[in-house]
Design a protein around this ligand. Structure first.
Ligand code: ADP
Length: 591
């Protein structure tokens, strides 16, 4: 690229050249004019001198008196400092103020003289061989009675003029030099004045380009530059406004994106990440800073995800699917929605992926499905039994009263079981509903009264198994509770403790305040529960030993009810158990 020149280095030399050229032109003109002026004046002088002697000379030519002519020339020349020469038509010199005419050659070859013999004034400037200097010659035709009788030539050296012109030239040169110096100073000053505001504007524009949009250009005094600076300032202001708008829009979008619980990722057609929100980064355990421009498949190493992305980007179709993803040692179900990303002209520019963590949702859905299956299964067993015995009764001998009574007792047992299951289920859904709509009536009540009532409720089974129930609770320990629900939870826990303990073994109920909560512990020394069952113990219909539970009249819903009651109080239930040693179930309620 051609090297750029500074404006001042273009303006300054131009000004200087123009000034110098003008100066030279003017001086040249002046010198030539002056020289011409002097020459013209010399010519006029020479002509006048010639004319002055014209008549006298003509008289001396006709009749010819050479000596008189020569004397006239020599005498007059002394007064007027002019060389005078008189030449006859044959070219012979008959009078000369400087030389002896007899020794002088024919002058017919002199141009000025030839002009004069042709009847006009002859004027020449040339070197005189006789006087060895530059001379101006003016030759006048001498006419007598209309006849050309000779030529009167007057001449003066022009060296004096050249000397004067030389001096003039030196003076003018000095003058020109001084003026040129002054002009170059002025040119420099003017060039600076023009280029400086432009330099300021250039610097300002550079600062704008570097993002310093708050910067403002000073307004130069020149009308055009000031207009330009003003326009640049306006442009910067508008740019700043637009940038602020864009930044605030971007911040809003970022705020929206980062507040979303769903992960959002935008990619280009090459599957490089354009943008990703923090939820997505957290889901895939990656950091936002390192993502920009990286391939999404590098960031999310998941085979199913890759397939969905590929399909969506290749075919431009919207795809929704659940994928399993392992990160941070956890398996999660992610719902991935992949839609083509289009620009304002509806051209495809990449893909938009919205990811929701549906682990919990899918787990609940599974639980619901399992629950429905479990309920059907639990209900089906007694129903099948009832149906079997009713058919047997129908087809059998009803007169066998003993057999009939036995069958009816079995039917009654199954009906009771059905009723218990349905009652437990209804209770469970009631608690859930009340909790959901916050209709649980929590009010201060004494814990000991609730526990006593529960023991009273279980009195029969306690007595049947001769279990020794020990209650330890401060009289004035009270909590904000729903007494009926809490009694139900206590009954379920106490009933289990009695059910799964051998005869004559102790069951301890202990209520106290610890760790800023009310803890009610139910400790038995019964059969205990193996570790692997503990995490699922509070699920509906989960039983460690189905047959035993059923035999003991259990529905597998007791602990699920307890869990919901605890949650409805804003608390929780925990269990510690050792197989063969016994179990401790603890209700934790907020104070
Ligand atoms: P169930 O009606 O079968 O008792 P629960 O929901 O009350 O159902 O209890 C679930 C399972 O937990 C029971 O089937 C039983 O195996 C186990 N379980 C509950 N409480 C105890 C306990 N105190 N000791 C040993 N096992 C227990």
């Amino acid at each position: 690229m051609k090297k750029k020149k500074h404006l001042i280095y273009q303006l300054f030399p131009s000004y200087l050249i123009i000034t110098l050229l003008s100066l030279f032109a003017v001086s040249w003109y002046m010198v030539s004019f002056t020289r011409q002026f002097y020459l013209d004046r010399t010519q006029v002088d020479l002509r006048l001198n010639g004319r002055m002697l014209e008549k006298q000379t003509i008289r001396l030519i006709d009749p010819l008196n050479e000596a008189a002519i020569d004397r006239l020339c020599k005498d007059t020349a002394g007064h007027i400092a002019t060389r005078i020469t008189v030449i006859l038509p044959d070219g012979r010199v008959v009078g000369d103020s400087e030389e002896m005419p007899a020794q002088m050659a024919s002058h017919l070859d002199r141009e000025e003289i030839r002009d004069a013999f042709q009847g006009r004034e002859g004027v020449r400037i040339r070197h005189s061989d006789t006087l060895k200097m530059d001379m101006m010659y003016v030759a006048l035709p001498l006419m007598a009675n209309g006849k050309l009788v000779g030529v009167m030539r007057t001449s003066l050296p022009v060296t004096a003029i050249d000397e004067r012109i030389g001096t003039l030239r030196t003076r003018i040169a000095i003058g020109v030099l001084l003026v040129a110096l002054l002009a170059s100073g002025i040119s420099w000053y003017v060039s600076r004045r023009i280029s400086r505001p432009i330099e300021h504007m250039r610097d300002g524009a550079r600062r704008f380009a570097q993002g310093e949009l708050h910067h403002r250009l000073p307004l130069p005094a020149t009308y055009e530059f000031s207009g330009l600076a003003e326009s640049l300032n306006q442009m910067a202001e508008q740019l700043q406004q637009r940038m602020e708008e864009i930044t605030s829009q971007r911040k809003n979008t970022e705020a929206v994106l980062s507040s979303m619980r769903e992960g959002v990722i935008a990619t280009d057609l090459e599957q490089r990440v354009i943008s990703m929100n923090s939820a997505a980064a957290a889901m895939f355990a990656t950091s936002l800073e390192t993502l920009q421009g990286r391939s999404i498949l590098e960031v999310i190493r998941n085979h199913e995800f890759r397939e969905i992305m590929d399909r969506s980007l290749t075919n431009g179709e919207s795809i929704e699917s659940d994928i399993l993803h392992h990160s941070n040692g956890r398996e999660r179900t992610l719902n991935v929605q992949c839609t083509p990303l289009v620009d304002e002209r509806h051209a495809r520019m990449g893909g938009l992926v919205v990811i929701s963590d549906v682990t919990q949702l899918r787990r609940l859905e599974n639980m619901r499905r399992d629950f429905a299956a479990s309920v059907s299964h639990e209900i089906k067993t007694p129903l099948t039994a009832i149906k079997g015995f009713v058919e047997t009764l129908n087809t059998g001998d009803l007169d066998d009263r003993e057999e009939t009574r036995r069958f009816l007792e079995i039917i009654d047992k199954h009906v009771n079981r059905l009723a218990t299951i349905i009652e437990d289920l209804m209770q469970l859904s009631r608690i859930e509903q009340d909790d959901e709509f916050q209709q649980i009536g929590l009010e201060p009540a004494r814990i000991k009264d609730v526990l006593k009532a529960a023991i009273g409720f279980c009195a029969e089974s306690i007595q049947n198994k001769s279990v020794d129930v020990q209650l330890s609770c401060e009289e004035d320990l009270s909590g904000t509770i729903d007494a009926t629900l809490l009694e139900q939870a206590a009954v379920n826990l106490l009933d289990n403790a009695v059910k799964y303990s051998p005869e004559n073994s102790p069951v301890r109920i202990e209520a106290l305040t610890a760790d800023n909560e009310i803890q009610i512990r139910f400790t038995d020394q019964g059969m205990g529960i193996a570790k692997k069952h503990l995490p699922r113990l509070f699920e509906r219909f989960y039983r460690v030993d189905k047959a035993r539970s059923r035999k003991l009249g259990g529905t597998g819903l007791g602990l699920a009810i307890v869990k919901h009651i605890a949650q409805a109080h804003g608390g929780r239930i925990t269990v510690e158990s050792e197989l063969g040693q016994g179990s401790t179930f603890t209700l934790h309620l907020p104070v």
